[in-house]
Design a protein around this ligand. Structure first.
Ligand code: CP
Ligand code: NVA
Length: 316
């Protein structure tokens, strides 16, 4: 069941993805069982970008498992003065039991993993945000399982429609749907479609797991039959200069009441947060009865505890 690093949902087999979700649910329901799972262990957390949920949920989660987390802003460690990723990874491996990093280029997380002697977790790169989408899967499984149960198979045949930029979130959602057998449609304007290599790998895996992975720019047909509509900011961290252009290019892609009305009647709304109400989502949808955004945010804690137990825990 072991996997060495967690850089992408694509690192997980079907069985490993299901196992992480089942463990995340057990950690949530029975937190007392895991109070010593990381006793005496330390997680180094490198941040090249800002964060609220990722930083706090990893720090709190490590503490709740009996371990300790170190917040390392890249501006404050020697990476900020040019020390190499390879040297940083080798040094941190001598002190710490795991490294979580939020980075710009995905190659940085790959390089950390190449040189690290301890597990590396991707806390977001420009290409992928796998911790987020595993917690999203946990949230959907909770929502769709019969009361009192938690069955990862419940997402099979369901359809998640992501409306917005074909970015890190779109990529990791496709990977997550593909591994769990959930259909994922990306609705994005031309020019903002997801990476074709990731689309290809997800479509190939989806053929085995029963997941249909589709891309369209049609905001009407694309959301029909959606069981979940998901969105994210139109300008990600590092793209702030493109904000004005993107506001124009994404005109018509806001998730609002009219769009939600075109989906299934029990469709839920999701957002990884932070949200920009009035841009990618209307305030009534973001804060309305179909929205499960804060359940998602909470589950960051539980899924990351499960990932750390599997990667760093004794006898995991
Ligand atoms: N969703 C998410 O990763 O939030 P932060 O940027 O606040 O960590
Ligand atoms: N796509 C967003 C996700 C933030 C959690 C970003 O990369 O900024």
């Amino acid at each position: 069941m072991a996997f060495k690093h967690f850089l992408s949902v694509a690192d997980l087999s079907v069985d490993q993805a299901r196992d992480v979700l089942l463990l995340a649910n057990d950690v949530k329901v029975n937190p007392g069982r895991y109070r010593s799972a990381l006793a005496g262990q330390t997680l180094a957390m490198i941040f090249q970008k800002k964060s609220t949920r990722t930083r706090v949920s990893f720090e709190v989660g490590t503490y709740q498992l009996g371990g300790h987390a170190l917040f390392l802003s890249s501006a404050d460690i020697q990476i900020g003065r040019g020390e190499t990723i390879a040297d940083t990874a080798r040094v941190l491996s001598r002190y710490c039991n795991g490294i979580m990093a939020r980075v710009y280029g995905h190659e940085t997380i790959l390089e950390l993993a190449q040189w690290s002697q301890v597990p590396v977790i991707n806390g977001l790169s420009d290409l992928e945000h796998p911790c987020q989408t595993m917690c999203d899967a946990q949230t959907l499984v909770e929502r769709w399982s019969p009361a009192g149960t938690f069955d990862p198979d419940v997402v099979r045949g369901k359809t998640l429609v992501y409306v917005g930029d074909g970015n890190n979130m779109a990529h990791s959602l496709m990977d997550t749907g593909a591994v769990l057998g959930m259909n994922v449609t990306i609705v994005a304007p031309h020019g903002y479609w997801p990476d074709p290599n990731i689309v290809g790998r997800c479509q190939a895996l989806g053929k085995q797991t029963g997941a249909r992975i589709a891309i369209t720019d049609d905001t009407v047909e694309g959301v029909r039959d959606a069981d979940c509509i998901y969105t994210d900011v139109w300008a990600s961290m590092g793209q702030e200069d493109e904000h004005a252009k993107r506001l124009k290019d994404f005109n018509g892609f806001i998730v609002d009441e009219q769009m939600m009305a075109r989906a299934n009647s029990d469709c839920v709304f999701m957002h990884c947060l932070p949200a920009h109400r009035g841009e990618e989502v209307s305030a009534p949808v973001c804060d309305g009865p179909q929205s499960i955004i804060f359940d998602q945010a909470e589950n960051r804690l539980h899924v990351q505890k499960a990932l750390m137990i599997r990667l760093m825990g004794q006898g995991a």
